[in-house]
Design a protein around this ligand. Structure first.
Ligand code: GN1
Ligand code: MG
Length: 357
């Protein structure tokens, strides 16, 4: 960490109601949206400090209110609580005139996160904690939650944005992305017919990729979900599909070698067992759509990455010029592999999940 950055972040921490000390900081480079730092006291991790991306999240007050409300419900013996540290004036976030919106959270010691599930225990634990999260939030007041990104997983909106990006993209980019563009058009037609009208709205996490789940290093249990900016109303299959695209896939979302991208049946089955271990909490109509969730979520993320590639990387932080295209191709490849497993997934969810009555 550069010395002046260190001074700047220490100045910022003075606005929070924590011990007055000189802290150390370690940047956490994961994530395409926010800036995240680990706050160290004498080399010991104490807090997570985050700058929330105001370009992406327009209503930070509503967003922080969603999180604070969710935390009240996520209190359970089987779920590790994270706390928001208040500012000196009692707020759950601090607004700095120059650098924007900041929040500070407790750090949970001795934990780790995975980009992929390397064994069925991880997959089972992921399913269990995603189910627990939903069970606990089923009691939360749905109307209280604002849409932190309106229409976040709305396919029509993402199609419109994709079509617009095609109109303004360079000829070179259109040529380079030709195959991805035609896969997108084809798959949009297949997914447009999904019918949400019979599904209950739930308070969803909306970004349940595996590396947003904290695991204990001590006993390998999944403890809780992190990165709660997109907690808002949604359908369960969003959270299901987003988890599956990372749990049942052994490659990362920007993998360039598509031979490494596979749909792993044992990991899928373990995730379902983990969900079921919470007891019934999903209605039959929701269970029926789950296999399609595992196609829909990698696809919509791939489509957004493609759109951003065509728009010259204005949304996601990229670490190299064509990263968005690599993400798109990898996500589309998994979409295709999941499509071939619809019949299999249908059998597994029907056998493995008991509907709530
Ligand atoms: C973005 O920055 P990160 O990794 O938390 C995106 C998610 C995607 C994710 C990875 C607000 O999240 O939807 O799953 O990248 N978040 C937003 O593709 O767009
Ligand atoms: Mg996120």
């Amino acid at each position: 960490m550069m010395a002046n950055k260190n001074v700047e972040l220490n100045e910022l921490l003075k606005n929070f109601a924590i011990d007055r000390k000189t802290y150390g900081f370690q940047g956490i480079n994961q994530g395409y949206i926010n800036d995240t730092y680990l706050v160290l006291d004498n080399h010991c991790p104490m807090y997570i400090l985050q700058r929330v991306n105001h370009n992406v999240f327009k209503d930070i007050h509503g967003l922080m209110d969603n999180i604070a409300n969710a935390f009240q419900h996520l209190a359970d013996l089987d779920y590790t609580a994270i706390q928001l540290l208040k500012t000196e004036s009692g707020n759950s976030y601090f607004k700095d005139e120059k650098t924007g919106y900041w929040r500070l959270m407790t750090y949970i010691n001795n934990t780790t996160a995975y980009d992929n599930a390397t064994n069925t225990d991880i997959a089972f634990q992921a399913g269990k904690v995603v189910g627990k999260f939903h069970q606990l939030l089923a009691e939360a007041p749905l109307d209280h939650y604002v849409d932190t990104i309106p229409q976040f997983h709305n396919l029509q909106l993402r199609e419109n944005q994709f079509e617009e990006s095609i109109l303004s993209a360079s000829v070179t980019k259109l040529q380079t992305a030709k195959q991805a563009i035609s896969f997108a058009k084809e798959t949009l037609e297949k997914l447009k017919i999904l019918d949400n009208s019979k599904l209950p709205l739930r308070v969803c996490h909306n970004d349940t990729k595996l590396n947003n789940i904290l695991f204990s290093k001590e006993n390998n249990k999944a403890l809780c979900l992190i990165d709660l900016d997109t907690i808002m109303k949604g359908y369960f299959y969003f959270d299901f599909g987003d988890a599956i695209r990372t749990v049942a896939n052994t490659a990362t979302e920007d993998e360039q070698d598509h031979r490494k991208i596979t749909f792993e049946r044992p990991l899928f089955e373990a995730f379902i067992k983990g969900l079921e271990s919470n007891g019934p909490f999903l209605y039959k109509e929701e269970i029926d759509l789950l296999p399609w969730g595992a196609v829909f979520m990698p696809f919509i993320h791939g489509l957004r990455a493609l759109t951003d590639y065509l728009n010259n990387n204005i949304y996601y932080k990229v670490s190299y010029e064509n990263q968005n295209l690599d993400r798109c191709r990898s996500l589309f490849d998994f979409t295709n592999k999941a499509l071939q497993e619809i019949g299999y997934m249908t059998q597994v969810v029907n056998k493995g999940l008991t509907p709530k009555v």
